[in-house]
Design a protein around this ligand. Structure first.
Ligand code: AMP
Ligand code: TRP
Length: 325
């Protein structure tokens, strides 16, 4: 299977990014042709500082390799290094009904959040994203639940293109995990954990042991005192149980048994230890790669060169079919 996915270089990676998306990426690279992209062009649609964009990109690559991506097994590159992304994005714009874009949940959320900066890129974001995947004729897209609607649009655009210009693209499917696809905020367990929220609501992959413990101990829990998995009645504890389960491989039922009769404090203390232990090797690797600037730049350079070749071939076919050459 041809796999494509992307991540924005906007902030540090958190455990939601890892459990919902990146953990799948690491597994898929073993048996599939995988392309993973740091989507800097997408990141321009919300306020950002040009002075530190390069630094953020570097941090994101380091985070991905520290979390287990292996540049020998997959392609890792920066979106803007392959200019065909913008080019295919434009061509797909011409077949995308604007109504499809206006109803996107992420567009609605972001235009509320960034009222001062509702730029056309924010609306057009899902078309660029469709181009990202179609450029490599991607067949499957491992993402968290929040991206499902965008992958649906990819299929719509692939179908429309094929109907208009002849069979060119496959319709990519999303790979969304049954569990972990939506890790919730530690502060408000009704909202998803998000990079751009309060840092107290996220466990970042490279948080110190002290920071992790402090955040988990302070996480919002529910009324009552039983450690029970119940998403509607106990969203706070259920989210913590889910994280515990995903990091240890124990089911939430097993955990309920293990913690029967214990209080929230005891459970949280144990979870904090689990998270600290799980993330410790990530932190070590991050420190190691942070000191190897040349190596990191080389990964991106080679990744872009490999991606470029595939992108050029697709663009030639697309342009021919659209009558541009
Ligand atoms: P982003 O942080 O928006 O660049 O997202 C990168 C990847 O992480 C995407 O596949 C998202 O769907 C996924 N993701 C982001 N937040 C969460 C979350 N709270 N739970 C699970 N997956 C998430
Ligand atoms: N929109 C995705 C996110 O916010 C990132 C992304 C951009 C992406 N292009 C992609 C994900 C292509 C999968 C495939 O998380």
């Amino acid at each position: 299977m041809k796999i494509f996915s992307g991540i924005q270089p906007t902030n540090q990676l958190h455990i939601g990014n890892y459990l919902g998306a990146v953990k799948q990426w690491v597994q898929l690279q073993e048996n599939h042709e995988c392309i993973y992209c740091i989507v800097d062009l997408h990141a321009l649609t919300i306020p950002y500082d040009p002075k530190n964009l390069q630094e953020k990109i570097k941090e994101t690559v380091i985070a991905l390799i520290a979390a287990g991506l292996d540049p020998e097994k997959c392609i890792i590159f920066t979106q803007s290094h392959v200019k065909e992304h913008a080019e295919l994005g434009w061509l797909l714009n011409t077949i995308c009904p604007i109504g499809e874009l206006e109803r996107m949940t992420q567009y609605k959320d972001k235009s509320k959040k960034f009222k001062e900066n509702i730029n056309a890129g924010l609306l057009d974001y899902p078309v660029l994203m469709a181009g990202d995947v179609l450029l490599y004729k991607g067949q499957a897209v491992p993402v968290g639940k929040d991206q499902e609607q965008h992958v649906e649009l990819m299929r719509t655009l692939a179908r429309k293109f094929n109907q208009k210009f002849g069979k060119t693209f496959e319709e990519p499917k999303s790979l969304i995990l049954q569990e972990g696809a939506k890790i919730m905020s530690l502060v408000d367990p009704k909202k998803k954990m998000s990079k751009s929220d309060d840092p107290k609501s996220c466990i970042f992959l490279f948080d110190t042991a002290e920071a992790i413990t402090k955040k988990i101990m302070a996480a919002t829990t529910d009324s009552g005192k039983d450690i029970k998995f119940n998403l509607t009645k106990k969203p706070g504890i259920s989210n913590l149980l889910m994280i515990y389960s995903l990091l240890t491989g124990k089911t939430t039922q097993e955990l309920e048994k293990e913690f029967a009769g214990k209080n929230y404090g005891e459970f949280k203390k144990s979870l904090a230890q689990v998270v600290v232990n799980y993330l410790e090797p990530f932190r070590k690797k991050q420190t190691e790669f942070a000191a190897r600037d040349v190596y990191v730049q080389e990964i991106l350079k080679q990744g872009a060169a490999r991606a470029q070749k595939i992108a050029e071939t697709t663009m030639r076919e697309v342009k021919q079919k659209m009558g541009l050459i």
